[in-house]
Design a protein around this ligand. Structure first.
Ligand code: HAM
Length: 424
């Protein structure tokens, strides 16, 4: 038997109602804030990610699905969407549009990580980018929108928003050298990976989850004490705007994020309910990245939400609704009368299911129950002779007759009580 590849999963019909609910909430909230959808390819030139995400990041060093195509080009399945959206922004000349240019996209991302609950090799993100504006109020708006998305799903109270500023590229080296100076004497207390990071990428040590490293990390100097006056003012202003909007957050000076492109504002949304995979969303500002990808000197800020993790948090609360009715013809002649009625109901958006006259009535009624149909519509030779069908309410067993000529209207009426969306 051929099975799905490790770390990659099917999203089954029992789960898709929750996915649809999450995606619909994202679209509704993002569009209310003026974001427009862009759809970018699933693979790009490898160079885009190497330059866009950073050569020293875990993603680029060890997590990319990179392959050579038949023409000899090195391509990579997108591990995130930001670099792709910026590539499209530059390529299509979006910089001439009124700023900020607000874009969102949703879809699968690919990272070769060790799979575990909540962590997959193909996973899905809802990703947002606001481009061309440095004002700190935009940072606050972007963060508020993220929390509104969780609010729309009733999850806000179960999540914690953490915000930080990691300063400008110009002043960050000052902090990094302070950090390295502090870490030096503690080298032997750190895990192997962090020991290597001291020389390669010391900021990432702050993000290490290994319990042994925590005492050292907790006493590390705070990046907030090393910010430039401009970066401090920017962060204070973001916080004032968040406060004005009533967005609750914690300042987390050790929040550094795993991608190299961030400057100033960074943020993450965490849960305590999914074990070690506790980040449900993350993002930040990345002024300079567009220029680094050969585009204009436009700033940007954005975030991505891990949709698998959101769906896990929703649990089993959303169920797919069954059909409004199962139409049960008892024989070929009845089937030909019920087929057009089923089509008319479906054209009117009312979901119905149809037997093909090949099973006996008790089996079909059993099927109606298993499908979760609210009604069964039964037509045999006797009913056909009278030009009628029997409608049976599945929950009570109560039955009545309807003329076959008006059956489609009756189904539309019964289905009309069901309003969109089809998930509850
Ligand atoms: P990220 O923090 O790498 O940021 O990913 C964002 C979210 O995607 C994570 O918080 C997590 O919920 C989810 N995620 C990441 N990896 C996996 C995985 N292997 N399995 C399941 N879920 C996962 C970015 O990707 C940035 N591009 C966000 C951004 C947009 N920054 C600015 N604009």
């Amino acid at each position: 038997m051929i099975k799905a590849v490790r770390g990659v999963r099917d999203i089954l019909p029992s789960e898709t109602p929750r996915w649809q609910r999450v995606e619909a909430a994202a679209r509704r909230v993002f569009e209310a804030y003026g974001y427009r959808e862009i759809r970018v390819p699933l693979f790009e030139r490898t160079e885009l990610f190497a330059r866009g995400i950073g050569d020293e990041t875990d993603i680029v060093k060890k997590e990319m699905y990179t392959f050579e195509d038949r023409g000899g080009d090195s391509l990579t399945l997108r591990p995130e969407a930001t670099a792709c959206v910026l590539r499209a922004y530059i390529e299509h000349g979006f910089q001439v549009e009124p700023k900020p240019v607000r874009l969102y996209t949703m879809g699968p991302m690919f990272r070769y990580e060790r799979p575990q609950a909540g962590r997959y090799r193909q996973f899905h993100q809802a990703n947002v980018e606001a481009l061309g504006e440095t004002h700190p109020a935009l940072d606050a708006e972007v963060i508020a929108m993220l929390m509104d998305f969780f609010g729309a799903l009733g999850l806000a109270g179960r999540l914690e928003l953490r915000v930080n500023s990691i300063g400008d590229t110009g002043t960050r080296p000052v902090y990094v050298s302070r950090l390295v100076e502090y870490l030096g004497p503690h080298r032997s207390e750190l895990c192997g990976e962090c020991q290597a990071r001291i020389d390669r990428n010391p900021l990432r040590i702050l993000d290490c989850k290994t319990p042994g490293c925590q005492p050292v990390i907790e006493k590390a100097p705070s990046i907030l004490d090393s910010l430039s006056p401009e970066a401090t003012e920017h962060f204070d202003s973001v916080r004032r705007s968040l406060d004005a909007m009533g967005v609750e957050y914690k300042v987390a000076p050790r929040l550094v994020r795993g991608l190299d492109y961030y400057v100033r504002t960074t943020f993450e949304v965490l849960t305590t309910e999914l074990g070690s995979q506790n980040a449900v969303a993350g993002g930040g500002r990345y002024d300079g990245l567009i220029a680094q990808l050969d585009g204009p000197a436009d700033p940007g800020i954005g975030f991505a939400i891990g949709l698998e993790r959101v769906v896990l948090l929703l649990g089993d609360e959303a169920h797919a609704a069954g059909p409004v009715a199962l139409l049960i013809p008892l024989g070929e002649a009845a089937l030909q009368r019920l087929l057009p009625a089923a089509r008319r109901a479906r054209q009117g958006g009312v979901p119905v299911e149809l037997g093909y006259g090949i099973r006996k009535l008790p089996r079909e009624l059993e099927r109606a129950n298993r499908l979760g149909a609210e009604w069964a519509v039964i037509a045999g030779d006797n009913e056909l002779a009278r030009g009628e069908a029997v409608i049976r309410e599945m929950s009570t067993g109560a039955q009545r007759h309807v003329p076959l000529d008006t059956l489609a209207e009756e189904l539309l009426r019964l289905g009309g009580a069901r309003t969109e969306p089809r998930y509850t």
